[in-house]
Write a protein that binds this ligand. Structure first.
Ligand code: NAD
Length: 475
């Protein structure tokens, strides 16, 4: 763990194992921190706050820029660590490290653009001035599926704003977090400004985050269930919260779309990170005029995918994170086929060629999916694509919006009005129009409804870590 500028063991002296999901082998052990460690880290962040927030934006920017350079230079090393502890293919891991580094660069720049405002006041002898100031100590919790970029997406804007931070990474992927904190340390982040608490059981650390009055903001990426738990806890002391939660993205292929082009995009985004991304499509709605061409193209591409260890060449499907993830996928596929879905490919665990040692599930395609099936409502977080036919473009908005999630959605169409109507009508935070990757450090990322609160990235991202203060002056 990294607390108050020092690498340290847990107060309890305990450690826990980190394993490779591709083969079950132990790769490291890391400190098993708990409530006392979280408390110590929060105190260090509190003590460092005055100094860090008192530095100029230019000084903070220079440190973040240095961190960007170091992280970019170590791209391959960090990516190898990521593939080994998380499982994604090395090329995808390299892309993620770059995406993660981009947040350091973007917020090194945004640090210098926290402008205030002067506002015409109602009285002639009065002046209104608006300032933005850092909220204080931030407690951050991040997931295993994007173990580097989800960290910098929080740490970079928090530090740019002048906040100090305590981060708890996912128990499955603490090694990427350790690599990033080494980068921050070498970049010159002062002691106590950025603290890392690793732990196998997230509950006592989470409990300390929500109950310790020194923490003024909780930022979380993970499941909707845990997000609600933290938000409920944070409400007691009215801490600010940002939540990036689950999704159930619809992927719409309208009547006039090119179904083959759409299928190509759909395969890429559905099986991204073996389906373990919050923006992966979870319902593929295809107009019946194009369903045959779409499905044929989709299935033929899926059949060519190769599963295996992400460090090997030519692998596009890595392991799932753990046995629970496999069980969830098995349950959804069994439920769908029992209720009449057609299994078009996959539909089973992968056991040959040593894959039985990891958590592998074949990339799977289901046809004839209907609203009564679990997969139609529940987030899958695995490599299963449910295809649903529809016959009227006018109904599709209501069908797509029929979910309590609201993170990402995709639309394929060649009709400009249909593109604009669906863009405006979809109740989701991120819409790809003939585009499967509407993300980037400069773009606001976040969800509506039960997919979350607040935005990360873009110029919005830094405001999650700033208070707005009004000064009314009589002159
Ligand atoms: P999770 O909620 O189980 O875990 C996420 C993090 O929360 C981990 O660090 C975990 O240790 C921690 N956590 C769990 N219980 C906690 C508690 N009681 N107190 C404090 N921390 C606790 O989710 P997961 O299964 O690891 O991640 C997958 C989920 O994350 C999916 O639902 C996915 O859609 C979502 N996700 C969302 C985004 C986004 O930006 N919206 C990005 C990636 C993942």
């Amino acid at each position: 763990m990294f607390i108050n500028g020092e690498w340290c063991a847990a107060v309890s002296g305990k450690t826990f194992d980190v394993t490779n999901p591709a083969n079950g082998e132990k790769i490291a052990d890391v400190p098993d921190g708990g409530q006392a460690d979280a408390e110590r880290a929060i105190q260090a962040a509190h003590d460092a706050f005055a100094g860090w927030s008192g530095m100029t934006a230019y000084e903070r920017s220079r440190i973040l820029y240095k961190a960007y350079e170091l992280m970019s230079a170590r791209k391959e090393d960090i990516a190898r660590t990521m593939t080994t502890e998380q499982g994604k293919p090395l090329r995808a891991a390299m892309n993620e490290v770059q995406y993660g580094a981009d947040f350091l660069l973007w917020y090194a720049e945004e640090a210098k653009r926290v402008y205030g405002e002067t506002i015409p006041a109602p009285r002639g002898d009065q002046r209104f001035i608006v300032l933005h100031q850092p909220v204080g100590v931030v407690a951050a919790v991040t997931p295993w599926n994007y173990p580097a970029s989800m960290i910098t997406r929080k740490v970079a804007p928090a530090l740019a704003a002048g906040c100090t931070i305590v981060l708890k990474p996912a128990e499955a992927t603490p090694l990427c977090a350790i690599e990033i904190f080494k980068v921050l340390e070498e970049a010159g982040v002062p002691a106590g400004v950025a603290n890392l608490v690793t732990g196998f059981d997230p509950k006592p650390i989470g409990e300390e985050f929500v109950t310790n009055p020194l923490v003024r903001k909780i930022t979380f990426t993970g499941s909707t269930e845990t997000g609600k738990l933290l938000a409920r806890g944070a409400a007691d002391q009215m801490k600010r919260v940002s939540l990036e939660l689950g999704g159930h993205a619809p992927f719409l292929v309208l009547k006039d779309a090119d179904p083959v082009f759409a299928a190509k995009g759909a395969v890429l985004v559905k099986y991204l990170n073996t389906g373990q991304a919050c923006i992966c499509p979870n319902r593929l709605f295809v107009h019946e005029s194009g369903i045959e061409a779409f499905t044929n193209e989709f299935v033929s591409r899926v059949e060519k995918m190769r599963a295996g260890n992400g460090l090997d060449q030519g692998i596009n499907i890595g392991p799932l994170v753990n046995e629970k993830a496999i069980e969830k996928v098995e349950r959804q596929v069994a439920d769908a086929t029992a209720k009449g879905a057609k299994l078009l490919c996959g539909g089973h665990r992968l056991m040959d060629d040593g894959l039985d040692k990891g958590h592998y599930y074949a990339p799977t395609v289901l046809g004839d999916v209907t609203p009564d099936m679990l997969i139609y409502r529940e987030e899958t977080f695995g490599p299963v694509a449910p295809i649903i036919a529809f016959d009227d473009d006018d109904d599709i908005l209501a069908m797509a919006n029929d979910t309590h999630y609201g993170l990402a959605a995709y639309v394929y169409t060649q009709n400009l009005s249909a593109a604009m109507r669906t863009f405006e009508g979809l109740r989701f935070g991120i819409i790809g129009i003939n585009d499967i990757n509407p993300t980037g450090a400069a773009a606001p990322f976040g969800g509506q409804k039960e997919s979350g609160l607040g935005r990360e990235g873009g110029h919005e991202g830094i405001f999650e870590y700033l208070e707005t203060k009004l000064g009314g002056f009589s002159i």
